[in-house]
Design a protein around this ligand. Structure first.
Ligand code: SF4
Ligand code: WCC
Ligand code: FE2
Length: 621
């Protein structure tokens, strides 16, 4: 096995990896070792399993599949389906929020309600729904219908394209890249990649971009906006992160996955006096809810609930031996968590019919019965406390402080009501530009080494950093999410962030909340009367692993945002597809991907790009 020091930069992770080895528990790192080396054809993207005349593997020696598809076609089809998997994940999550809104509107639930009426009305106004003189429920019903329709086939474009600068929309229209309906683009990609359909790689790639745009400006944006409506618009607040947020003297419940519909109810139930009292009867001092991955981000942003860890911390959190229950919804939940829970007293509870885990305790979580089910789940966790073996508990550190809650609404409020001060700070060069660092951990990369390094390099150059998803915990543990982190930033960010009392790295939410960053870019472009591709901005996913991260990367590029990846997707077997991704897209959409495993060089590439964009806007470099 690889030495533990090479697997992660964090002491809390190292301590738990040592414990895992001592206790004979296998982790993601051990399984990666056993899977290495990987299939070269799969790495290059040159395998096809789309029909039973194959499966086929193409190479220079043997360049055509049975049907005659070449490497370009096969790579483009595979990448298209890969991105579509991600777009489907984010968007189906978004749809779940519409269904909760439906349950509210139909009066089927009292457990959820409309918390942010102002935001509901603001959104309704943006998508052309009449709000004046109408009740909240009337408006909500129309918003619900509008968003359900965004998933279908009858629209020319998804509703939130109302936020996009006209020049960008014209560009998309010219390329046949306008996202029409979320499910439509996803289904069409499956159709196109069936044998004998879209056999022109660039054309498949254009549709991949359209599908990704249907995610970013459709499914994800609906997910974010309705989560705000139902659970509240995030506002800045302090919280904590790392494995130290798990408390030895409490019943610990970890929520993992993505959808706040489940985790918000678990949190609410954990505060019920009856359950807290029962926890005390069993010898605990209370019930502690902490987050993992994105549903953790959702609770962190809105409720200030502490974050136990990101993707590669999920197994290790259980290995503390102090977790009574891990409650999951969907996405990024390693099935190994069921086995590792089984090595302890930890109850593994799944809640979504579309994400069931063999060996789990299952709840078919529904808006009508949410609170009742959440109480039952919390009760299972509380009772598990009696089975905890204190001899196996090891919580390896004290938590670190972080600041969270930066929604666009909160940022605008902090700026005194408009984006103007930000535009002025950009014009003056105090904020030279902004980069969103988003996405995952990947066991092939030393955990968080790239996520942290890139953020540090960028803020030194007065480039504001926005983080979401699993980069949040990385930045937090590195001490970058507190106002004091301006010490590590350049003079411009020191001035601006210092005067506002905010960190130079802003936590912008979960992965679907990358839609907040899209919205901010569109708003800045509209304020400056330019296209998004004219802005001094970028995006990066240094340690990405998932289909969803690929979808995010592609919607960023297609929206005109220069986007870095720390390692390439499985496309290198096609020169046509690779060239398009890293250069050809520039002519089409005004941005490309770039692949760079060295974070100092990646930061220089962003710096260069930002200089060019600033110059073109007539600003100092
Ligand atoms: Fe092979 Fe073509 Fe079938 Fe793919 S679609 S498995 S390349 S025959
Ligand atoms: Ni989003 Fe990546 Fe985390 Fe999963 S939770 S691991 S896609 S960043
Ligand atoms: Fe996520």
């Amino acid at each position: 096995p690889r030495p533990i020091d090479e697997l992660t930069i964090w002491d809390d992770a190292k301590a738990m990896l040592r414990k895992a080895r001592a206790e004979g528990i296998q982790t993601v790192h051990d399984r990666l070792d056993r899977q290495t080396p990987h299939c070269k054809f799969c790495e290059l993207g040159t395998t096809c399993r789309n029909c039973t005349m194959g499966p086929c593997r193409v190479s220079e020696k043997n360049p055509l599949g049975v049907c005659g598809a070449d490497a370009d076609v096969i790579v483009a089809r595979n990448f298209g389906r890969f991105v579509t998997g991600g777009a489907a994940g984010h968007s189906d999550h978004g749809r779940d929020l519409i269904e909760v809104l439906e349950a509210i509107v139909e009066g089927e639930t009292k457990d959820y309600r409309i918390v942010a009426e102002d935001k509901l009305r603001a959104i309704a106004g943006e998508v052309g729904i009449q709000t004046e003189g109408r009740s909240t429920m009337e408006v909500a019903r129309d918003v619900m219908d509008c968003f359900f329709a965004d998933f279908g086939s009858r629209k020319k474009e998804v509703s939130f394209l109302a936020r996009v600068p006209q020049v960008r929309k014209d560009k998309w229209a010219g390329l046949k890249m306008t996202p029409r309906g979320v499910d439509r683009e996803i289904a069409e990609m499956m159709h196109r990649t069936h044998m004998g359909c879209d056999n022109d790689a660039p054309n498949t790639m254009i549709h991949a971009a359209r599908t990704a745009l249907a995610d970013g400006w459709g499914g994800s944006m609906i997910g974010t906006e309705l989560s705000d409506v139902i659970f509240g618009v995030p506002t800045p607040k302090m919280s904590t992160a790392n494995l130290g947020v798990i408390k030895a003297d409490k019943v610990n419940i970890l929520v993992h996955g993505h959808n706040p519909v489940v985790s918000e109810m678990i949190l609410a139930a954990s505060r019920e006096p009856e359950l807290v009292n029962r926890a005390k009867e069993l010898g605990a001092t209370g019930i502690n809810v902490a987050g993992l991955c994105c549903t953790g981000n959702e609770l962190l942003m809105r409720q200030g609930i502490p974050m136990a860890g990101n993707h590669l911390m999920t197994e290790l959190a259980i290995i503390t031996g102090a977790v009574e229950a891990i409650v999951v919804d969907y996405q990024c939940i390693m099935p190994s968590l069921v086995q590792i829970s089984g090595c302890y007293h930890t109850k593994f509870i799944d809640t979504a019919n579309k994400a069931r885990f063999t060996g789990a305790i299952h709840f078919d979580f529904q808006p009508r019965t949410a609170m009742k089910q959440a109480r039952e789940i919390v009760s299972i966790a509380v009772e598990a406390f009696a089975q905890r073996d204190p001899g196996r508990v090891d919580i390896p550190c004290e938590p670190i402080e972080i600041m969270t809650g930066f929604s666009n609404e909160a940022v605008i409020a902090a700026l005194g009501g408009s984006l103007d001060p930000m535009v002025q700070a950009i014009a003056a060069g105090d904020i030279r530009g902004a980069v969103g660092i988003v996405g995952c951990n990947n066991p092939k990369i030393k955990q968080d080494s790239m996520n942290v390094k890139l953020a540090e390099e960028l803020i030194k150059k007065d480039i504001l950093v926005l983080v979401t998803g699993c980069v949040t915990t990385a930045a937090g543990k590195a001490g970058l999410l507190v106002p004091g982190a301006i010490e590590k930033a350049g003079p411009g960010l020191q001035k601006v962030c210092g005067s506002l009392g905010i960190p130079p790295v802003l936590h912008y939410g979960s992965c679907v909340d990358n839609a907040r960053i899209l919205q901010l870019c569109a708003a800045l472009a509209n304020a400056l009367k330019v296209d998004i591709s004219d802005l001094p901005v970028g995006a990066s996913s240094p340690e990405w692993y998932s289909e969803k991260a690929a979808a995010i990367g592609l919607y960023a590029v297609a929206s005109g945002i220069y986007t870095h990846l720390g390692h390439p997707p499985n496309i290198l077997g096609s020169k046509t597809v690779t060239d398009l991704a890293v250069s050809g897209l520039e002519d089409l959409v005004g941005a490309t991907f770039f692949i760079e495993p060295d974070m100092v060089k990646a930061a220089d590439m962003f710096d260069q790009r930002i200089r060019t964009k600033r110059k073109a806007l007539g600003l100092s470099e």
